[in-house]
Design a protein around this ligand. Structure first.
Ligand code: AHG
Ligand code: MN
Ligand code: MN
Length: 332
């Protein structure tokens, strides 16, 4: 039985120069994940009770959970002296570390609750996190510390609150997965080295946008339907509408997730810093890949905290098929 604590310590021992700060930062996130997991479990109960009478409460509860997850992440990180600045999908501006607390050497970014529209139907949701080393030379952290290309992440991961709660992370030495044992309140190592299949059996995309996609995207998705057997073998469709859950399934079983640009969302829907970059880091560490259709996500230099990007992520050959198709059709 290997707890997440022991695993992180074992990993750290391989690096004599490590100070233990990153390890502690990962524990902080694991603690926040346990707190959020507990709240989500109760939110289901509140929703069931709420639906009997007051419909408004459901909406309010869900909103509260978004805020609760955000505050839980921020409060788990801001006082430890390990972080200089944070950024969250839920906050317009960067989140400074309050002046009474020491400033640290890492910048942490997060989507505190991903897939939040799934909460009131008891669907899987998640938390996504991304960690960079501080680059600003003075002061207590700045936008420069969070506006870094994904390839500079020192760690990234996500928590999925599904039929069980799992935490998946990478510090750049492969991907490990832990399952929360609720009876002892510990994350235990359940997936020591996650490697995603080179070719997937699933494709995940919101097909209601089909008519608004470019010709190239339509062509590639028709390939996934099985309409272009000379180019690619057809796949099975799976889509929940929760990036963490859709990505997680495809990571383990093999598959491709896409949220392409369309005529309404010309830069796609998902956020580069809180969603695309950390997931791309995990995908690559598991042997998969991630692009905005044609370019590697981890190479994109952000200029805006909340910038969006099209995302094509998962099994390497399938992501490559989309890039080849788009290029061939002059969309690269
Ligand atoms: P969030 O709940 O953090 O706002 O993210 C929702 C995202 C993502 O999880 C999912 O992949 C996507 O929105 C689904 O969008 P559609 O409903 O347009 O398919
Ligand atoms: Mn999200
Ligand atoms: Mn969110």
């Amino acid at each position: 039985m290997i707890t997440i604590e022991r695993f992180i310590l074992d990993q750290e021992e391989k690096y004599p120069e490590a100070t233990g700060e990153l390890s502690n930062l990962l524990y902080d996130i694991a603690l926040a994940a346990k707190i959020i997991a507990a709240a989500i479990r109760r939110a289901g109960l509140v929703n069931i009770l709420g639906s009997a009478g007051a419909t408004n409460v459901q909406g309010e509860e869900q909103q509260k959970l978004d805020i609760f997850a955000n505050e839980t992440m921020t409060n788990a990180l801001n006082h430890t002296g390990r972080v200089c600045v944070m950024a969250s999908e839920e906050d317009e501006q960067i989140i400074p570390v309050p002046s009474q607390y020491p400033s640290g050497k890492y910048a942490v970014l997060y989507d505190p609750l991903d897939g939040s529209s799934n909460i009131d139907v008891n669907g899987a949701v998640g938390t996504i996190f991304s960690i960079y080393r501080r680059v600003s030379l003075e002061g207590r952290g700045s936008e420069a510390d969070v506006l870094q290309p994904g390839c500079r992440q020192v760690a990234a991961g996500y928590v999925i609150y599904g039929s069980s709660t799992m935490l998946i992370y990478s510090t750049g030495q492969g991907v490990a997965g832990f399952t929360l044992d609720p009876s002892i309140g510990e994350f235990l190592l359940s997936h020591p080295k996650i490697v995603t299949p080179r070719v997937g059996k699933y494709y995940s995309v919101n097909e209601s946008n089909f008519a608004r996609w470019t010709k190239g995207t339509q062509w590639a998705v028709r390939g996934f339907h099985g309409d272009r057997p000379e180019e690619i073998t057809g796949k099975n469709s799976r889509y929940i509408g929760s990036l963490v859950a859709d990505f997680h399934r495809n990571l383990l079983a093999g598959g491709i997730f896409m949220y392409p640009a369309d005529s309404k969302n010309t830069r796609g829907k998902l956020r580069l810093l809180y969603e695309a970059s950390p997931m791309a880091f995990i995908a690559e560490q598991a042997g998969g890949s991630a692009t905005d259709g044609v370019h590697r996500i981890l190479d994109i230099v952000p200029d805006n905290l909340h910038q969006r990007t099209p995302l094509v992520i998962g099994s390497r050959e399938d992501v490559g098929y989309v890039a080849d198709t788009l290029r061939r059709m002059g969309e690269g």
